[in-house]
Design a protein around this ligand. Sequence first.
Ligand code: ADP
Ligand code: MG
Ligand code: MG
Length: 247
Amino acid sequence: MLKIENLHAQVGDTEILKGLSLELNAGEIHAIMGPNGAGKSTLSYALGGRPGYEITAGSVNFDGQDLLELDPHERAAAGIFLGFQYPVEIPGVSNLQFLRESLNSQRKSRGEEPLSGAEFIKLAKEKAGLLKMDMDMLKRAVNVGFSGGEKKRNEMVQMGIIDPKLAILDETDSGLDIDALRVVGSGINAIMRKPDKAVLLITHYQRLLDEVKPDYVHVLADGRIVKTGGPELALQLEEEGYEAVAA
Ligand code: ADP
Ligand code: MG
Ligand code: MG
């Protein structure tokens, strides 16, 4: 589904990704762990096509397409969902409006009919229920005044509604209490643990991986994948630290 080969990316004059290669198949969940400043967020921005993240070498193939040729909204319409470490607040726009517009604009890009108001509300209710989110939260302005946990839960509801092929989740577990972590973990499993989908889960902590069992764990250090293993690698990292394991 996703094949990244020798990716080099820079921000300004600084090279941050230095030859990163990674392959994900449909049906797989991959975790990426690594020290602060290793380039984890840069990888998700580069895959999302964020302005200012310049790809200087390498290739990314997504579902048979050259991803780097697509602009950010085409990448989203092609089925890539990005979850961010710090979700944005959008005052004056309700979650429901925002989600319906996002979904229908993606559907339009794919040549699909927009959902009607009633169809959309039915879908939103179903996905909010899955994440145990009150519909009242979906009527409020996007993320405004939401706690860290509520923002993450909201992001998972967005993911359920958008129904992507590939989710790239950057520290979705940061700032979550144990209950919220379980809800988010079971949300990821319910929405994305499917034979035709894949997840790239960027996390510092083992505890999310207790909820969402990864098939592979990678260590990203200094702009490259320096080690790959199974779920046991995350446990080893937690016990021994990145330096000992990835040196
Ligand atoms: P991680 O998510 O693994 O903690 P990041 O991808 O956020 O790492 O950052 C990797 C490196 O790139 C860091 O040294 C960081 O300071 C630098 N960096 C990230 N974004 C920018 C930016 N917009 N301008 C300058 N340097 C940046
Ligand atoms: Mg960081
Ligand atoms: Mg980061």
